[in-house]
Design a protein around this ligand. Structure first.
Ligand SMILES: [Zn+2]
Length: 263
């Protein structure tokens, strides 16, 4: 048998690489899942800092061209943002350590807008997840769960969105989210990649012990909080791309999340 030449091997590899290109952007609708950052961005009431954009330059240069540049500062946990596992676990992964396949994952959207509209302290139950699976199939390992409560319609009205806007006091918050038994099922049994939500937290507003954060962090499952536009996603079939600022040692960070929805 004749040994193939290096040139022949390289030519074959190149042709395989070309035919393996299967992502055609024209076949997807791209949905923005992030709120903008600005003076209206909502933060936890106990946060002493907010998003700040400081103008460093904006105007004509001596050379005659226009030049603009700003500096920014922000808490990690405000606006649309990532919760790294480190947020609630001393040994949990920090922002830059989260594997990319937990941030780019098939989306499963669980719609609880009716339940949340009837009870702003609604928590997703284990039975509700099992009922979802009965209707839509078992949730596959590695899925990113996006819990749709409809809450982003309140953004950026702090009282409506968070339930209270008393500075420095988080004891009167009220909004829907995941419940502890649903989180255990999703994180520990189904092995989901991430827990996302269109409210301020993967624990409900009344929570004082942050059980869902702790369950997720213990398994190195990140959270995506303050998402928006979940009403534009199908319950299955979209791909979520949730890439935070790659903060070394971070417990979270600002998040630009999008979804690719097959047309
Ligand atoms: Zn957070």
């Amino acid at each position: 048998m004749k040994t193939p030449t290096l040139a022949a091997v390289l030519a074959l590899a190149a042709s395989v690489a070309v035919t393996a290109q299967t992502i055609d952007p024209a076949r997807y609708r791209i949905v923005d899942l992030s709120h903008g950052y600005g003076p209206g961005t909502l933060y936890w009431p106990t946060s002493t800092e907010k998003f700040a954009l400081k103008q460093e330059a904006s105007g004509p240069t001596p050379g005659g061209w226009f030049y603009a540049a700003n500096s920014l500062s922000t808490p990690e946990h405000g606006g649309t943002h990532l919760d790294a596992p480190r947020h609630f676990s001393e040994k949990g992964r920090t922002t830059e350590q989260i594997p990319l396949d937990q941030l780019v994952a098939p989306a499963v959207v669980i719609d609880v807008t009716k339940e949340a509209a009837a009870d702003r302290n609604y928590r997703l139950t284990r039975d509700a997840v099992l009922a979802f699976e009965k209707a839509h199939g078992r949730i596959a390992r590695g899925s990113a769960i996006l819990l749709r409560t409809g809450w982003s319609r309140h953004w950026p009205n702090a009282v409506a969105y968070l339930g209270d806007d008393t500075p420095g006091d988080a004891s009167k918050l009220s909004f829907p989210s995941y419940g502890e038994d649903a989180a255990r099922l999703l994180v520990e049994d189904r092995g989901v990649a991430a827990l996302g939500i269109d409210t301020a937290s993967i624990d409900y507003g009344r929570s004082t012990d942050f059980q869902v954060h702790r369950i997720a962090a213990a398994r190195n499952v990140p959270g995506f909080e303050n998402l928006t536009n979940l009403d534009q996603l199908p319950q299955r079939g979209a791909l979520v791309v949730a890439l935070p600022m790659k903060i070394e040692g971070g417990s979270g960070g600002p998040l630009r999340a999008i979804a690719l929805v097959p047309r």
